[in-house]
Design a protein around this ligand. Sequence first.
Ligand code: FES
Length: 225
Amino acid sequence: MSENENATPEADETPPAVEATAATCCGASTPDESDCSGKPRRNFVVEALAATIGAVVGIVPAVIGGLFFLDPLVRKGDQKDEPIVGGNEPGGVVKDALGFIRLTLGIDALPEDGTPVRYTVRDDIVNVWNKFPNQPIGSVWLRRIQDQVLAFNTVCPHLGCAVDHRPSEGDFYCPCHTSAFDMDGKPLNVIPPRAMDTLEAEVREGRIWLKYQEFRGATSEKVPV
Ligand code: FES
């Protein structure tokens, strides 16, 4: 028996699958998209289905994107006759054209002896896409001085911690770096760079209106941010 006769049959008799396919198709190799006659395998129905799916896949996101893009304009148009609302009253905050927010407090709710009351101010947060009503935007100390209201932002002008009231000391005090202020907001030590930040407040028909603002910290000047 020769060496060729001992060779394994698999090595000589198993041609590549591609070659077998080509050999059985009209005796010539053909591309996958064509049959033996040379015509494309995809018929009209398949192509129409593919075109439809492609259109849906392309158009639907475009329509959704267009609606999303125009949403602020649509909502703005819807709201043009609405009052400026949002905030800290059951029916929504009332805010005037100058930015004064009507608080839920009347001046009668403040102690006549000038003891400060901490109050959380709320307002609508609105950006180009969304509106978040009744969001807390900051807090203030309110003191009654006869028939007027003295308002301070609770943010410490040193580095931004919250200023507390110390009834036992009769002052305002920031625990972060021990800034202290008298009841009129003036510094009692050298740590704060300026007095507590006063805010514009008015009493209208017994109700307190407040223009809430924040100011840059660590500066001697009172600079709105
Ligand atoms: S942040 Fe208030 S003392 Fe420093």
